[in-house]
Structures are given as structure tokens and as C-alpha cells.
Design a protein around this ligand. Structure first.
Ligand SMILES: [Zn+2]
Length: 162
């Protein structure tokens, strides 16, 4: 999947570092962005490679690689901003709903994708295909075995989340 802002290979920052990070540059004002919303801890701006009109990214202002590494306060702020900007999208573009997912792989600074989605658009069809794939192969079907499900549940329950 594409969609991240493009970061030149030579300036890719080391994991955990904000040095050279294009999103940190946007936060500091050193790089331009089509800013949609900003508050003390979060920023929402247009993805420069949009899947659809109004496709945005929401980021914490602090350099954090993965969304699950954010503090509780950052998590709350980022999702509050995401929710507010998604509501803007529904009003502005009349989309059915706003698709949301989190990345950090291409640009190692947590970013939440917010993509206005309409029935049968590219993203809608892509995820329909993915859902078909998820439901059909026998390897995946085996995961639905009741014993495996109970085992997975117990492992997750017993693993600390902090
Ligand atoms: Zn950064």
C-alpha cells in the first residue's frame, strides 16, 4: 500500500530518532504541509499521495515510531483529533465513513491514515478483496478452531499490556 508522504532514501532517520524525520520537520515548520488542524500535541495534514480527495494523516507532534509506543495522553489526543477530522470529512465530502489505519513503516513517525471512503471506491474494493482472502484459505480457516481460539485468547489475557 502506498500513501505515505515520500521521504528520500538518504534522509531516512534511524528508528527512534527524530533527526531528519520529515514529519518532525512539518511539526517544526521546517517542511511545508497542507495543515488541516493543529493543537498542542497533534497535527492533521493532507497526505501528499492521496487515495481520495481529503485523505489526511494525523500524527503526534512528538517523534514516536509506532502508535502503541505513544503515551496514554498522546493516544487520547491523536484519536480525538482523528475523530474530529473524520467528522469534518463526512460533512465536507459526504463519504459513507472514514477509513482509519496506523503506519510507521515507511516514515518511522506514527501516522494515522484518515481516508474518506465511498461504497465501491478503490479502497472499498481493495478491502473487500482482502476480506475475501481472510475468509477463504484453509490455513486461515484452521485458526478458527475453537481450541486455537481459546489458546490465543488465554495468551493475550495473560500477557501484560503495560
Ligand atoms: Zn518524527
Amino acid at each position: 500500500m502506498g500513501g505515505d508522504a515520500t521521504l528520500p532514501q538518504e534522509s531516512t532517520p534511524a528508528k527512534g530518532s527524530g533527526d531528519g524525520c520529515v514529519f518532525c520537520k512539518i511539526v517544526s515548520g521546517a517542511a511545508p504541509a497542507y495543515k488541516v488542524y493543529e493543537d498542542e500535541t497533534t497535527l492533521c495534514f493532507l497526505d501528499i499521495h492521496p487515495y481520495t480527495k481529503g485523505h489526511c494523516l494525523v500524527i503526534p507532534k512528538r517523534h514516536v515510531t509506532w502508535w502503541h509506543e505513544m503515551t496514554e495522553e498522546e493516544t487520547a489526543s491523536v484519536f480525538k483529533t482523528a475523530r474530529m477530522c473524520a467528522r469534518k470529512m463526512v460533512k465536507a465530502f459526504g463519504c459513507d465513513f472514514v477509513f482509519l489505519y496506523a503506519r510507521g513503516r515507511r516514515i518511522p513517525h506514527t501516522h494515522i491514515f484518515l481516508i474518506p471512503t465511498h461504497k465501491d471506491d478503490v479502497l472499498d474494493r481493495f478491502f473487500h478483496a482482502l476480506e475475501k482472502f481472510q475468509e477463504s484459505p484453509s490455513e486461515l480457516a484452521r485458526l478458527k478452531d475453537a481450541n486455537d481460539m481459546v489458546q490465543a485468547m488465554e495468551i493475550l489475557r495473560e500477557t501484560p499490556g503495560e
